[in-house]
Design a protein around this ligand. Sequence first.
Ligand code: URA
Ligand code: URA
Length: 283
Amino acid sequence: MAVTYEELLDATIQKLEGLKAQGIRNVAVLPETLRALAQPARRPIAESKPAAAARQTALIETPAMAVPVSKPALDPKEKAAAFAALRERVMVCVKCAHLASSRKNVVFGVGNIDAQLMFVGEAPGADEDAQGEPFVGRAGELLTRIIQAMGLQRSDVYIANILKCRPDTPGQSAGNRKPTTDEMATCIPYLHEQIDLIRPRVLVALGATAVEGLLGKTMGIMKLRGNWQTYRGTPLMPTFHPAYLLRNQAMSEKRKVWEDMLAAMEKLGMPISEKQRNYFLRG
Ligand code: URA
Ligand code: URA
């Protein structure tokens, strides 16, 4: 019996959902399988269901490499056009009716779409909502200083959030609330698309919500920070949210974030000065 491409896709998705439910976050895939998957389907694949199922099992169990970003790289013009088109879609998004009606601006993201380093935060706050740019409030100023301490500018990296709209706080113009699971699930496909297009070499997840959104892990940020994770083949460093550093001014906490940034710099092969190595070390 002929098996259609859609049936194979459904079976694959089902299998992956099953693995995900068991807590498995990465699967091994052969390079040739990835190349085949990147090709558009031209005709139904004639193959028996048991054979197809056996092949999928083999595919998932072959310990070759973690799944990398899903799309092939685009040339610079196509990339810029795809990014602009994505931005246009996001700027008029009304999937969360309550957020679309309470927001002043959609906060899409900012920076270099060819960045090697990408920071992901939680959601816009009041300042970001007002200006339409991520990380421009107090926590944002600290993030900017951290980026500068790395020897970079905001325009060298890319900065985005899990949520593109400020979580509404009815009756309050200040204050923040954590995004709900529903809001995160609705919005995160946009972030996946941003990451797929930018293809950063290193991701930094700022705080527990960013980690949860990108990795599906709810294990505490206190345990995860400083330990390399993988987001679809891209190294991801979880670290504390700058807002946490504003609340907890201890040198030891600043040093932890700074060590995570040094690890990111090392991963990227960036030069690190003696002075940079020693930031936030006591005496
Ligand atoms: N906190 C975030 O997580 N993101 C922003 O853009 C601003 C503050
Ligand atoms: N510079 C800062 O101000 N804070 C950090 O955490 C790192 C560098």
